[in-house]
Design a protein around this ligand. Structure first.
Ligand code: R5P
Length: 291
């Protein structure tokens, strides 16, 4: 296998290559004065299986286009197969047409990846099953939730209550519970699609004096987490952890979450950030080796 790390996942790409013992081919990346981007794969791939690692975190459009260019360039070199490792897959939240006239963005992304010749995709905690259904090429959806569970255990968090801030996060909470035991509860969340405003239905939760971890796939503006933290805090939780796979952390998200009362924000290196204390490198490397 040959690993080609794109600009958004340089360190993760190197770690994955190290874990699977693969050769790494660097790329040249330039941005032209007019904003167009240029990529070049610096060595041939000699009929090998090529693994391109490129998260489509912010700036999503540029990172996505870079991924498409890299796949297309690699394909022209005659590899045996091209695997795209896209730890954070952008546009998966637009997994259906919420309003007439909208595009199903993840379907467009899927079509583009298929068109340039991606043979298979590996991602981590994709937003929804509906998003997976938009892919015709094989897509392997790995989960970082057991790693979040392990970190909580290693930090000495005892008998935590795992909270899913909305219905879509229930399967994530279930995975954390399967790895460390305990129980989970969920909130009912509604987001106004025009204003982005979040309403969360309160539930009495068994949180008094407990350690609580709220788990989600994405922290973007931090609104969901902040709302959930405020509600849990008001019910007397001892310590609250805000954990996610993809720490997009837009604007003052960190501030909102910590001000609401979280002890710590936990994320993975699917998106490199100052809260990315968990690496998904082993998870991805093991899955690639299992092929
Ligand atoms: C949405 O359903 C996702 O799972 C996350 O809950 C959402 O993207 C978080 O966004 P924000 O941090 O802006 O509330």
């Amino acid at each position: 296998m040959i690993v080609i790390p794109g600009t958004s996942s340089q360190i993760l790409g190197l770690k994955i290559a190290d874990r699977i013992g693969a050769k790494v081919i660097p790329i040249t990346f330039k941005e032209h004065p007019d904003g167009e981007i240029y990529v070049r794969i610096e060595d041939g791939v000699d009929g090998d299986h090529v693994v391109i690692v490129q998260s489509t975190c912010s700036p999503q459009n540029r990172n996505l286009l870079e991924l498409l260019f890299l796949v297309d360039a690699a394909k022209d070199m005659g590899p045996s197969k091209v695997t795209a490792v896209v730890p954070y897959l952008a546009y998966a939240r637009q997994d259906k047409r919420f309003k007439k006239g909208e595009a199903i963005n993840i379907k467009t992304v899927s079509n583009l990846l298929e068109k340039v010749g991606v043979d298979e995709i590996y991602t981590v905690d994709i937003h929804s099953k509906k998003a997976i259904e938009q892919f015709r090429i094989p897509l392997v959806d790995l989960s970082a939730m057991p790693l979040i569970g392990k970190l909580l255990r290693d930090m000495g968090v005892e008998n935590p209550l795992i909270v899913a801030p909305d219905d879509g996060a229930i399967h994530l909470a279930e995975k954390v519970v399967s790895s460390i035991g305990g129980e989970f509860v969920s909130f009912d969340k509604f987001r106004d699609r025009d204003t982005g405003e979040i309403t969360m239905k309160g539930k009495a939760m068994p949180v008094r004096g407990r350690e609580v971890a709220i788990v989600d796939d994405i922290i973007s503006t931090g609104g969901t987490m902040a709302k959930a933290i405020e509600m849990i805090k008001s019910q007397g939780a001892k310590r609250i952890f805000a954990a996610c796979t993809h720490p997009l952390l837009i604007g003052n998200a960190r501030f909102r979450i910590l001000k609401a009362g979280a002890e710590l924000i936990i994320g993975t290196d699917s998106i490199p950030s100052d809260v990315s204390c968990i690496s998904v490198a082993d998870l991805i490397a093991e899955a690639l080796k299992g092929k």
